[in-house]
Write a protein that binds this ligand. Structure first.
Ligand code: SAM
Length: 263
C-alpha cells in the first residue's frame, strides 16, 4: 500500500522531485494513522508541505551561466546569484546581510578546505560570499531535487570541486569527512519529522565544526518567544556527547552557533 501512496504523491508536480526514499519513509509512517489511501496521500502531502515548502518556482540558473566570466566577485554574476537565491525562503531571508554572514563564522572555524552543506536548499549559491579556496571540496545534499539541480549547475559552472546528492537526513546519515558542516535552519525542520534526528545527526558527523542555525527574523514581538524556544533547543543539542564547545556567532536574522565536535 505505501508503494501506491508514494506513486500518487510523485504524480503531483510540486513533489515529483522529492527524494523517493523520504517519500517511502513518510508513507510508511503515515499508513498506520491513515483511514485509507486517499487519507495517507493527504497526510504525506501535508508533511511534505512543511518539509520542502520553502522552495518556490524557477531557479533562473540560465541567467547565472550567461553572467559567468570566471570571477566570483563580479557584481553582474553576484546579482544573477541573488536572483537565484530569492527562489528559496531560507536564502531569501539571508540576502540582506550576505556580506556579513560568513566572516564571523570563519573567525571561529578558520577558512575550511571542505564543507558539507546539509539540507542545503539553494545555500551553495552563496559561495561567492564565502571566500573558500578554489580547490575546497563542497558536498551539498537535500531531499528536494529542484534546488539540487540549480546547485549542481552552479557548482559545475564555477568549477568548485563538489558532489551534490539527495539525502534524507532522518534515515541516511552522511559519512563524509569535512572541516565544517552547515546545518542552517535544519534542526526545526528535522524536529518536525523525528524529534531525535538532529541529535543523531550531530553525533554521527565526521567534521570538526558543525555550524547550526535557527530562523529568527525579528527580535520584536513573536520573535523574542521564538528565539527563547530555539535557544533552549540549541542548548539541548549542545549537550550531546560529541559537543566539546559552543560559540554563538552574531549574524543578522538567525540564531547561529558553531559547535566544536570531538573525534
Ligand atoms: C528551512 S530550509 C533550509 C535550507 C538551507 N539550509 C538554508 O538555510 O538556506 C530546510 C531544508 O531542509 C530540506 N529538508 C527537509 N527535510 C529533510 C530531510 N529529512 N533530509 C534532508 N533535507 C531535508 C528542505 O528541502 C529544505 O531545503
Amino acid at each position: 500500500m505505501s508503494g501506491e501512496v508514494v506513486e500518487r504523491v510523485l504524480r503531483s508536480a510540486r513533489y515529483r522531485d522529492v527524494d523517493p526514499a523520504m517519500l517511502a519513509r513518510m508513507a510508511a509512517e503515515e499508513q498506520p494513522r491513515a483511514r485509507n489511501i486517499d487519507d495517507a496521500v493527504k497526510r504525506v502531502k501535508r508533511r511534505l508541505h512543511q518539509a520542502v515548502g520553502a522552495f518556490r518556482g524557477s531557479e533562473r540558473a540560465d541567467a547565472m551561466s550567461a553572467a559567468w566570466d570566471g570571477d566570483l566577485g563580479d557584481p553582474t554574476f553576484r546579482s544573477a546569484c541573488i536572483d537565484v537565491l530569492r527562489a528559496h525562503a531560507s536564502t531569501r531571508e539571508r540576502l540582506a546581510a550576505l556580506d556579513a554572514f560568513y566572516p564571523p563564522i570563519w573567525a571561529v572555524t578558520g577558512l575550511p578546505h571542505s564543507v558539507l552543506d546539509l539540507a542545503c536548499g539553494l545555500n551553495p549559491v552563496t559561495l561567492p560570499w564565502m571566500g573558500l579556496p578554489a580547490d575546497a571540496m563542497y558536498v551539498a545534499s537535500d531531499v528536494d531535487g529542484r534546488p539540487l539541480r540549480a546547485v549542481e549547475a552552479f557548482l559545475e559552472l564555477v568549477g568548485q570541486p563538489h558532489r551534490v546528492e539527495a539525502r534524507d537526513l532522518v534515515a541516511d546519515l552522511p559519512g563524509d569527512r569535512a572541516d565544517v558542516a552547515f546545518l542552517f535552519k535544519l534542526v526545526t525542520t528535522l524536529d518536525r519529522q523525528d524529534p531525535d534526528a538532529a541529535d543523531r545527526l550531530v553525533a554521527a558527523l565526521r567534521v570538526r565544526y558543525a555550524v547550526v542555525s535557527f530562523p529568527v527574523r525579528s527580535l520584536a514581538g513573536r520573535g523574542r518567544g521564538m528565539e527563547r524556544t530555539y535557544r533552549a533547543r540549541l542548548e539541548r543539542l549542545a549537550s550531546g556527547p560529541r559537543v566539546r564547545e559552543v560559540v554563538e556567532v552574531p549574524v543578522p536574522g538567525e540564531l547561529l552557533a558553531v559547535m566544536t565536535l570531538d573525534g
